[in-house]
Design a protein around this ligand. Structure first.
Ligand code: DP6
Length: 365
């Protein structure tokens, strides 16, 4: 049974537009407090918080034309990196189906979607967040052509609401440098339905660095969606959901006061807890690789020797996100070049950072 959210049902379209083209660049994001487990349909079992990235993004354009083929539910052509991509088209159709109640015009046009990622496709970097976010914003730009009086606030909330229907983490890739998704008593306006910007952090977190160490670029043995399902009937699930809520409270303080040592402890604990949930589900599975652990040891050694607050997080894979303040960039870069790179697949890394929070809360598209 699907819950209907009246607020995002379409308003009366005042303008008639027969064809056009929109585009959007959506960033990837890395969760610090993890979303792992769902309730109902695409709602999070616990609130999560992420850093937005700068260099890892998806560029998407959507052209809409009068529909010519009425055989299927939708008429969509999809090109990924210039080539038609059947597997992705199926995902987009599923996404359109979930959105169509909120965007009836999806049935009325022929859509040509073109998508490009800034990061290598088979790098083990999750692309669903930036891809679904970019597509959701493109469709909102089209809806805005039909109702130009739409407010910016509504635009962003509905874009995030729709992105979530495509992939939960995608709702954190719409607006803000630090984003919270999921209701939390200490985060104003937080919602299970969409992500909200966390707001200003302490300056030690500005331009926070994320070097992604590509430990293993192989295909994942299990999708995130299947992993979430295993949190149903998981023996430790409830305690984990309580802990995530507490960790958002702690992080709320840490991010505002700039407590770097507490930050490192919290994010590493979150990462290891996520993987513990995987190792204790039924069936159990392990996504870390030997080089993931070898790298973690090197990070801990370096931290002990230098007192530099560098820490890691993991997503649902073997890769390591090395997180550290901008201030220590040169020291950590030396560690990466002389040591950590050797544990990476083909020595590959991606250098990324958190963008500065926009002074304008709702930047104009
Ligand atoms: C481990 O957002 O990919 O990266 O909603 O089923 O598409 P679906 O799952 P997805 O899950 C992300 C899981 C995670 C943690 C996180 O990003 O919070």
């Amino acid at each position: 049974k699907i819950m209907v959210v009246d607020k995002f049902l379409p308003k009366k379209y005042t303008e008639k537009v027969t064809r056009g083209k929109v585009q959007h660049r959506a960033p990837s994001n890395i969760a610090l407090v993890k979303y792992w487990g769902k309730k109902d349909f695409q709602l999070p079992a616990n609130p999560s918080l992420s850093f937005t990235l700068t260099n890892s993004y998806t560029d998407t354009s959507v052209e809409f034309l009068p529909r010519t083929d009425f055989n299927a539910s939708f008429q969509i052509d999809f090109y990924f990196e210039e080539n038609p991509k059947e597997a992705f088209l199926t995902k987009i159709e599923t996404f359109f189906n979930r959105m169509r109640l909120y965007m009836p015009f999806l049935r009325d046009y022929h859509f040509v979607v073109r998508s490009h990622n800034s990061f290598p496709h088979s790098s083990g970097i999750a692309s669903s967040a930036s891809a679904m976010a970019a597509l959701a914003v493109c469709l909102m730009k089209i809806e805005k052509l039909f109702c130009p009086e739409m407010t910016d606030e509504f635009f962003y909330e509905k874009a995030s609401f729709l992105a979530r229907l495509g992939s939960g983490s995608a709702c954190r890739s719409i607006i803000g440098s630090v984003v919270v998704w999921g209701e939390h008593p200490e985060i104003p306006n937080s919602s299970d339905l969409y992500g909200v910007p966390f707001g200003m952090t302490h300056e030690v977190f500005h331009r926070y660095q994320d070097t992604i160490l590509l430990i293993d670029k192989g295909q994942k043995q299990i999708s995130s969606t299947d992993g979430h399902d295993l949190m149903n009937n998981h023996p430790y699930a409830n305690q984990r959901f309580v802990q995530a809520t507490e960790n958002i409270s702690k992080l709320n303080t840490i991010l505002r006061v700039g407590a770097l040592d507490d930050f490192v402890k919290l994010i590493e604990s979150e990462a290891l807890t996520l993987h513990s949930m995987m190792m204790t589900s039924n069936p159990y599975f392990v996504l870390m690789r030997p080089n993931t652990l070898a790298t973690i040891e090197q990070i801990w050694n370096f931290r002990r020797q230098t007192q530099i607050p560098v820490g890691f997080t993991l997503d649902a894979g073997a890769n390591i996100h090395l997180l550290y303040p901008y201030q220590y960039k040169s020291e950590v870069q030396l560690l990466i070049e002389s040591n950590l790179k050797n544990f990476c697949d083909n020595q590959q890394i991606i250098e990324d950072e958190v963008p500065l929070e926009s002074a304008n809360f709702y930047p104009k598209f």
